[in-house]
Design a protein around this ligand. Structure first.
Ligand code: ZN
Length: 180
């Protein structure tokens, strides 16, 4: 079961942005950022090229959270950001399939600020609920992409099926080679 609604949108958006900005082969062009915003349910048509730098900066800012290996480090990072990003929670119900939901940034905030507030709150909620067991850097050997797992099972360790399969095949071949 997926966690539905804005929760998974913000978490998925954080993952997509960190990968676009910081991973090898990531695409953080204006067009790629626009696509990312559209796919994650943000008001992508409000994106202006002069906001791109703010999005790229935020992607770099969030990466250490996914790289954190102990909860204390992750929590202090999130707390530092929660102090830095102005919040003004309110309920919103605009014409979209989500229905009534929380907005965290002040109503007058621009898209980049709203994106920061939403991704930060959603990652914080995920950590309150699951600690660091749902986020990390892909376990495949040659991959630096990050992932977040909002499924019920929560056993994900790879950024994609492709990385999971590649790693499993390599492990299988290694076992066969080492077999007597
Ligand atoms: Zn990967």
């Amino acid at each position: 079961m997926q966690i539905t609604g804005y929760k998974s949108h913000g978490v998925a958006a954080a993952v997509a942005l960190v990968n676009a900005v910081t991973s090898e082969g990531g695409d953080d062009s204006d067009d790629a950022l626009r696509t990312l915003l559209r796919e994650c349910g943000f008001f992508w048509h409000q994106f202006e090229p002069d906001q791109a730098a703010a999005f790229r900066e935020w992607g770099g800012t969030l990466r250490p959270f996914f790289e954190a290996t102990d909860l204390e480090t992750a929590v202090s990072l999130l707390n530092e950001l929660l102090l830095r990003i102005p919040m003004h929670p309110h309920l919103a119900d605009h014409d979209d399939p989500v229905g009534l939901h929380m907005h965290y940034a002040p109503p007058s905030a621009d898209l980049a600020h709203r994106f920061r507030a939403t991704t930060l709150m959603n990652l914080s909620e995920l950590v309150c609920r699951h600690g660091l067991s749902r986020t990390g850097v892909c376990a495949a050997e040659d991959c630096d992409r990050v992932y977040a797992d909002t499924s019920r099972a929560g056993r994900r360790r790879f950024c994609s099926e492709a990385c999971a399969n590649r790693t499993n095949v390599a492990a299988f071949r290694a076992r066969q080679r080492d077999a007597p």
